[in-house]
Design a protein around this ligand. Structure first.
Ligand SMILES: NC(=O)c1ccc[n+]([C@@H]2O[C@H](COP(=O)([O-])OP(=O)(O)OC[C@H]3O[C@@H](n4cnc5c(N)ncnc54)[C@H](O)[C@@H]3O)[C@@H](O)[C@H]2O)c1
Ligand SMILES: O=C(O)[C@H]1O[C@H](OP(=O)(O)OP(=O)(O)OC[C@H]2O[C@@H](n3ccc(=O)[nH]c3=O)[C@H](O)[C@@H]2O)[C@H](O)[C@@H](O)[C@@H]1O
Length: 328
């Protein structure tokens, strides 16, 4: 007869965490970090529009991990304690590809996740965006700035969509007492970005490795502030675990023009490539830099990885995936 005292108890998890969009770039890095804690059980839902199972390869089959193909525009019922709601195409070429679907994902998807949070009593964090500031007239951008957003432009499905998502979060908080957290994420980069994602850092690195010209969209003087993904994940977890609803800017205040970024990628990765000026798309914000005073004070968070240190880490990952060795 089996001695029951010898049987190991089933693994107990203290926290069951849902990550929507967990097969994407930031989501999969967040999952890696959450899975490091043996008390966490992680459930990912994703429709694989821009994400991939490959990003979660190492967790598939793990007893504390579950992956569900699901579109957040449809209702979902799972018993969870926390929800990191990331599901949404993030690169302009993808969110503009099917703008109606993008706004549905932001509005109906967020409504569904808030309904779930209300039903099961979970805390929910939304990954909003610096795009809620539009083409900002205040620089750098503090959270108190209401933004300068075109409501009918080609980017509106994304930036207005995220603004409505923030409104829904606060209305559920005020009306139903849901515990909410809102992160306003500024341009984040790192390993695992889709090679043909279309965002500027992944474009320049892939172009440099393929020996193609770096396509700087005009005028090239527009600025962005780039945050490495490990810093971002650290900030998101601190926000979720802390006491403040936000919105809180999470980003790296190091600001660069797109021409400066191209020069840096050229210098670090392939000094032989050309820099080519190409046409831009409408409503491209002219400047963007986070004021992170609130994140420092309320979360004790600030980014650690400088652009020049983060780019080589991404280069390494892109070389492997593109099959381009260092000697070429
Ligand atoms: N990376 C950045 O610079 C940045 C900046 C600001 C905000 N954000 C936000 O962070 C989140 C993650 O961005 P990312 O850079 O990892 O992008 P990503 O495209 O790699 O990830 C998005 C994920 O959401 C999934 N998804 C999209 N629509 C879905 C739907 N309807 N149902 C289920 N899954 C869906 C995609 O398949 C993908 O796995 C997004 O909400 C984005 O708006 C990102
Ligand atoms: O951080 C944010 O809040 C948002 O930033 C990005 O938006 P954007 O800054 O326009 O991202 P990119 O497409 O990477 O463009 C950045 C800049 O690079 C320029 N660019 C882009 C691609 C390229 O090949 N060359 C180039 O010069 C664009 O014109 C733009 O000025 C993404 O839309 C979202 O992931 C995110 O929500």
């Amino acid at each position: 007869m089996m001695n029951l005292n010898m049987v190991a108890p089933p693994e107990q998890s203290n926290m069951r965490i849902l990550v929507t969009g967990g097969a994407g770039f930031i989501g999969s890095h967040l999952v890696d970090k959450l899975m490091e804690n043996e008390k966490n059980e992680v459930i990912v839902v994703d429709n694989y529009f821009t994400g991939s199972k490959d990003n979660l390869r190492k967790w598939i089959g793990h007893p504390r991990f579950e992956l569900i193909r699901h579109d957040v525009t449809e209702p979902l019922l799972v018993e969870v304690d926390q929800i990191y709601h990331l599901a949404c195409p993030a690169s302009p070429i993808f969110y503009k590809h099917n703008p109606v679907k993008t706004i549905k994902t932001n509005v109906i998807g967020t409504l569904n996740m808030l309904g779930l949070a209300k039903r099961v009593g979970a805390r929910i964090l939304l990954t909003s965006t610096s795009e809620v500031y539009g083409d900002p007239l205040i620089h750098p951008q503090p959270e108190t700035y209401w933004g300068n957003v075109n409501p009918i432009g080609v980017r509106s499905c994304y930036d207005e969509g995220k603004r409505v998502a923030e409104t829904l979060m606060f209305d559920y908080h005020r009306q139903h007492g849901i515990e909410i957290r809102i992160a306003r994420i500024f341009n984040t980069y790192g390993p695992r970005m889709n090679i043909d994602d279309g965002r500027v850092v992944s474009n320049f690195i892939a172009q440099a490795l393929r020996g193609e010209p770096l396509t700087v969209q005009k005028p090239g003087t527009q600025t962005r502030s780039f945050c490495f993904v490990s810093d971002m994940v650290d900030g998101l977890i601190r926000l979720m675990e802390g006491e403040n609803t936000g919105p809180i800017n999470i980003g790296n205040p190091g600001e660069f023009t797109m021409l400066e970024l191209a020069e840096t990628v050229k210098e670090l990765i392939n000094p032989k490539v050309e820099i080519k000026m190409v046409e831009n798309t409408p409503d491209d914000p002219r400047q963007r830099k986070p004021d992170i005073t609130k994140a420092k004070e309320l979360l004790g968070w600030e980014p650690k990885v400088k652009l020049r240190d983060g780019l080589p880490l991404m280069e390494e990952d892109f070389r492997l995936r593109l099959g381009v060795s260092k000697e070429n």
